[in-house]
Structures are given as C-alpha cells and as structure tokens.
Design a protein around this ligand. Structure first.
Ligand SMILES: NCc1[nH]cc(CCC(=O)O)c1CC(=O)O
Length: 306
C-alpha cells in the first residue's frame, strides 16, 4: 500500500498580491509534480509597519519573517517577489526555483499618459529609482511619496488626491488591475528594478529533496537574467531602495544587460550596457557595475544616502 505524501506547506504574506502569486506557483507545482500544497499565512514586519520603506534602513522587511518560519520548520517553502529579496545570500536558505518572469516594466495607473498630464500634476511613488527616472521624463511634475498596498495607492488616483501612481506592471497583472493602466513605460525610458516581475521560490538549504522537487519550477533563462541584474545591485552595494535600475534581456546564449544609477533630481545618470555569455551572469553584472563605479555611480548614489 502506498501512502500519499502530506501536502507541502507554502508560507505566504497575507496581501492579495502575495497570496495570488503564491497560489499561482502552488497550482503550477501541483500540476507538474502531483504534490498537494497547503497555504500558510505569515505576517511580516513590512506589512505591519507604517514607516517609509526607504527609511527602514535595511532590506528584506517582507522576507525575514518567511525565512524564520522556514528555519523553524513551520513551512516547507516560500514565494517572494525577487525584487524584495536582499542580494546578500542567507546561508540557511536557497532559491530552489526562479519561475518564468512576468512583465518586468513599470506602469502608470491613472486617467492619462505621462506626456498628457498638466504641469504640476501629482504622481505617487515612494521609489527613488522611479522618481529619478520620472523626473528625467517630466521634471515639471510633483512626485509624492506613498506607501501601502496597490489598492490603497490606486485609491488615491480614484479619489483625485493624485493624478497618477507608478507600480510594477507584473503586480498589477497579478491583481487583475491591468485595465487601469494608462501607460506601460518602455525599458529604455524607465529601467526596472533588478528582478522586477520575477519570483523566487525558497526553501531550507539542508532540504536537498525539496530543492530538487521545487527545481521543476525553475526557468534557467529568467534565472540567468535576474542573476546578472542582481549582481549589479550587489556590486554597487545598493539595496531595493536605491535609485538603481537594471534589466537583462535574453538573446539565446547571450545576455544584454543594461543598468543605470540616476540622481534623484533626475539631472544626472550613469547608464551602461554590455553583452556576455548567459552562463556567467554574475561576472557580467559585477563587471558592468565596476565600469559604472569608474564613471561616478558611487558618488551619484552617495548623494542620496542619508
Ligand atoms: N516592493 C513592493 C513590490 N514588490 C514586488 C512588486 C511588484 C511585483 C514584482 O515586481 O514582481 C511590488 C510592488 C510594486 O513595485 O509595484
């Protein structure tokens, strides 16, 4: 008599975005392996604090509670937005899979496109990367820091308090809010955050069986691209709140990697592109970051460190 293995416990933040993306990963996993998955809700510090994320003085506010539950053995695996994952690895856990990426681009939610907004219009975003690049496109608009989940942010447009908010297209897609998008920015005009639109499936490093099982979800092309992007961030010693954009497109055996550090005033930027083998994404990102630092990227970032 064969016994049915127990469901794997997938820890997830309780936000609609998190439960949606965790649910999609769980569904795909069950489809591929036949293993049942049970969702376990976890509250993270990033969900309860009202502080400005750029002021929290550290990355990973959404991540550590889930990692603690993995270590304590209360959950078997977790799904994170890769963008929220610190680039410094935690030796207790591994990224067992990086599934195929969704749309990496940023989107403007609101009634009209950026170019059609009147001078002085208020745009909500707390991301220095977005503010800096938006200032390059429309220096005459007002950029207002906002926090909260996508619903709260979009609500400020509906109420007329803001004339637009900028969010990741992937998140809006997962929430079924695409209809409210006025404009999706081209990669060339608004370089996304490293890893934007991609997910990371994490489990304990000592669970070799699980690492292998979860590996069915991995997309090597996405993994190579986001590894190059995150290597830039890591080499610049920057976190998710830094004005750093990076995007890597996959061209078969090669990656085309573009990265930028943009001053928050939108007046100066160090932007560079390179191409290299997909088999060595970390080197590609690190080397590009070194070239950027040689062109003053560190100074640009230092100006906004406070
Ligand atoms: N920092 C919050 C966060 N983390 C991931 C996403 C969007 C989804 C993604 O990039 O995968 C968002 C919201 C946003 O930037 O609009």
């Amino acid at each position: 008599m064969s016994s049915v293995p127990p469901p794997l416990r997938l820890g997830t933040r309780r936000s609609v975005m998190a439960t949606t993306q965790s649910g999609l990963v769980a569904e795909r996993f069950t489809e591929l392996t036949g293993r049942a998955v049970e969702m376990v809700g976890v509250t993270t510090f990033g969900d309860v604090t009202r502080a400005d994320l750029t002021q929290l003085g550290g990355t990973g506010v959404f991540v550590s509670a889930l990692r603690d539950k993995l270590i304590e053995g209360e959950i078997d695996f977790a799904v994170h937005s890769l963008k929220d994952l610190p680039t410094t690895p935690d030796p207790r856990v591994v990224i067992a899979a990086i599934p195929p990426r969704d749309d990496p681009r940023d989107a403007l939610v609101g009634p009209v496109k950026l170019a059609d907004l009147p001078s002085g219009a208020k745009i909500g975003t707390g991301s220095p990367r977005r503010i800096a690049q938006l200032r390059m496109l429309r220096p005459d608009l007002e950029y207002v820091p906002i926090r909260g989940n996508a619903d709260t942010r979009i609500g400020k447009v509906a109420s007329g308090e803001l004339q637009g908010v900028v969010l990741a297209a992937a998140g809006l897609g997962r929430l079924g809010r695409e209809a409210e998008i006025a404009q999706i920015f081209e990669i060339e005009e608004m370089l996304p955050a490293p890893g934007q639109g991609a997910l990371a499936v994490e489990c304990r490093a000592d669970r070799a069986d699980l690492v292998e099982l979860l590996g069915v979800l991995d997309d090597p092309r996405t993994r190579a691209a986001v590894t190059a992007e995150r290597a830039v961030l890591n080499a610049l010693e920057a976190g998710c709140a830094a004005p750093v954009g990076a995007y890597s497109a996959d061209r078969g055996h090669d990656l085309i990697l573009t990265a930028a550090v943009v001053a928050v005033d939108g007046r100066r930027a160090v932007r560079k592109s390179t191409a290299g083998a997909s088999s060595a994404p970390t080197d590609l990102g690190r080397d590009l970051a070194a070239e950027m630092i040689a062109e003053g990227a560190g100074t640009l970032m230092g100006e906004q460190a406070h």
